[in-house]
Write a new protein. Sequence first.
Lengths: 124, 411
Amino acid sequence: MVEKTSRSEGANGPRSADGRRFEVFVREEESDPLRHVGTVAAPTSDVAHEEASKLFAWYARDVWVCPAAEVSRYSADSLAGEESATEPSDDADEPRVYEETEGTPTASCGGAPAADADDAGGSR
Amino acid sequence: MISVSKLLCGLDAESDGLRYDAADGSKKPQITEDKQQRPVVVWNTTKRCNLYCEHCYAGADAEGAPNELSTAEGKALIDDLAEFGVPVLLFSGGEPLVREDLPELVAYAADSGVRPVLSTNGTLLTRERARELKEAGLKYAGVSVDGLPERNDRIRGEEGAFDAAVRGIEACLDVGLKTGLRYTITEHNVDDLAGVVDLLTDVGVDRFCFYHLDYGGRGADISDVDLSPEATRQAVRDLCDLTREYHEAGEEIETLLVGNYADAGHLVEYADREMGSDRAELIYRYLERNGGDPTGERVADVDPVGNVHLTQFWQGYSPGNVRDRSFGAIWSDESNPLLSGLREREERLSGRCADCAYRSICRGGSRLRALSAHGDPFAPDPKCYLTEAERGGEEALARLDAADRSAPADD
């Protein structure tokens, strides 16, 4: 029997040192899965799409962006291990991806709050 | 990073092993015997800074960023870097000296086999703190000074910053720590350059590191005061002349250029004109080993909250965060099309960079400036200052034998 992975949400928290950031996903061909390719700094999803397009337009069919602060991350490991991570959940059935990021992502997260307190602290 | 003193004057330095393989025949011990396989990593340990410089790529301020990497996370990052084989870790900021755990992190890096070096504005460096850092294992401190006193203080947003930085430099030198100057050249301070070199040579600075402006953070906001191609060409020529004059006068200062690989072609042309074809050919071979612009390959950056960047100046994009997976996993992931594209950029460069005779030693220059100017990371660097004839290979390169240039260097 395969042992289920135990994960914690120790990696959550603000992810930007320079204003708001967006996670970027690209798809090369229609039949390909979406691939996470990192984050861009941008004040809005439209600007994030524009910035991501400059970097990946030569490659990607689809570019999706999502506010980095809206993602809840559950990982088996955290950077500093138990010293800084919250205790792993006792529930080994924890879904791999927190429900807020499941479902069908939209082409852009235009409904995200314009002022993202977690990512405040800088501007570009 | 191009060592003008090495290429024009033959001055060996410990870090030349990273730039030109083991500087063959070097009198000084070299950091590595092989060409650098892993990137030098800049870690912006904090966004907090006691100054507010007009060109700061990190956009540093008094507030800092929420959720900066903790001491424990910093040590785990260093473990990752050591395991990946990173040769050098540059503690930067913001101002890294506002972190009280800096000596602890420096010691941890030194114990892990990663050479710790520091980039600082110098204003918080007392002799006690310099000694503490040296005893922790720090190998080098680069102190930012951007002009003679009045000009520097205006650029850095703080009266007295120049004097405080010089006191910091003196504190480092007093405790025997190798110390250098970092100077970002713009229209605002190009006229002060020779005066600063003169003044700080007397102080005893070991190294002068001159940065071209890159368009990241607040640097992007002042791109209008970047030097024109003609002014850049003149400034680099003056620096070459200055370096040679100092060396001829017996001052073995190390002079480096950072941020515009048109400098590579320019140095070949300069040597061909001023020193002869043999020197030009030698320089070309060294620069071939150096490998051109290092973005996404030989330099990397980790920001205060753990985002990895392709250079320290390119904070707007990150391929991943070290809180999610190790630095090595992020850096090695060539399923990332931008990362893999940059590593084969010679096939993707467009416009004048695609046809340039110097593309193998320049590799297109700054991809960030190309992105800023053209919205395309593979477009030409707008700040290339080579002439059309130089880019066409009609000047120095026409006098160098093509077969020799492609042969392995054995000097």
